[in-house]
Design a binder for this molecule. Structure first.
Ligand SMILES: *Cc1c(COP(=O)(O)O)cnc(C)c1O
Length: 301
């Protein structure tokens, strides 16, 4: 297996046709190039967790995800690189019947999968349930769904080290908001950080700003939830058309769950002049391209 990162992140300017005349600059931080599977933000959320697990003497890690989870497959691959055994608790016993390409990759990286009902999965943060799993699997280090913990947020602070202070606005997709918080906490307080939620009703994520951001970092931070295209993991022909058009103009592949929706939202915000004309925007490509397999035949990349 490739080592992680197998390529260092870099900043790629978008084609001026894409953002002119609305703002001064719009670039993309390509975290997706870090690894084909442990891509984008997942590597940063996991890195600190796995290092911590090793320092504490754990031999295995256990984590949670759905049948299409970028986090689960990233955890499987990263654990393998660190020489840790991995266990994945998968939401939905139906998933066992026709195992998805994502889960096949998990197994290929040596992850042991346990399929549980939605009811059981819903207990994934309850102490008693975690204790039971811990005993069943011989005391693994447990990482919450999406790598959403303190070590995940700390790991994401490293993403800010690729961002220089010429940027006035940083944009990134949010799921749990772990990456958003890590990045926002590590940037200067006056930098605007905008999150884009890909699920219906994602407005609730604005709560994390008050919970996890340092008090002096809460200004100019906002999570938008208008571009879910029907809900988490759902897509429309319009979205796919947008992703193909974006690739034609910028030669950057987007994923359909997170980054495609974010860039579609940003395009609309540019036209609505949400950003001042002198804004210098950096969008973060958080990866997730492995999740495009189900729409591969509709994409030009
Ligand atoms: C997981 C994921 C996110 C969400 O990250 P959080 O830290 O949970 O907010 C964003 N983009 C991509 C491509 C992802 O795979």
């Amino acid at each position: 297996m490739d080592t992680i990162p197998n390529r260092e992140p870099f900043i790629q300017p978008l084609h001026p046709d894409w953002y002119r005349p609305y703002v001064a600059a719009l670039d993309m931080l390509r975290l997706d190039v870090v690894h084909p599977v442990v891509s984008g933000n997942k590597w940063y959320k996991l890195k600190h967790n796995l290092q911590h697990a090793i320092e504490e003497g754990y031999k295995s890690v256990l984590t949670f995800g759905g049948a299409y989870s970028n986090h689960l497959v990233a955890a499987a691959a990263a654990a393998k690189q660190y020489g840790l055994r991995s266990i994945g608790i998968v939401r939905g016993t139906y998933a066992q019947k026709s195992i998805t390409p994502t889960l096949q990759d998990c197994v290929a990286y040596g992850m042991e999968l346990q399929f549980v009902s939605r009811e059981e999965y819903a207990m994934k943060e309850e102490g008693d349930y975690l204790l039971q799993l811990s005993q069943q699997f011989d005391l693994p280090y447990i990482i919450p769904e999406g790598g959403a913990n303190e070590n995940g947020r700390i790991g994401c602070e490293e993403i800010a080290s690729f961002i220089d202070d010429k940027y006035t606005h940083i944009c990134l997709a949010v799921g749990t908001g772990t990456s958003f918080c890590g990045v926002a906490n590590a940037l200067p307080a006056d930098t605007s950080v905008y999150g884009y939620a890909p699920m219906k009703g994602g407005d609730y994520l604005n709560e994390i700003i008050d919970i996890y951001l340092e008090a002096d970092k809460r200004a100019n931070k906002k999570i938008y939830a208008d571009w879910h295209f029907g809900g988490f993991g759902k897509w429309t022909d319009e979205l796919i058309g947008f992703m193909n058009e974006f690739y034609r103009t910028n030669e950057i592949p987007l994923d359909m769950v997170y980054t495609g929706k974010m860039m579609a939202g940003i395009q609309q915000q540019l036209q609505q002049q949400v950003f001042p004309a002198d804004a210098r925007i950096l969008c973060i490509h958080t990866g997730g391209l492995q999740g495009n397999v189900s729409i591969q035949q509709s994409l030009i990349y």
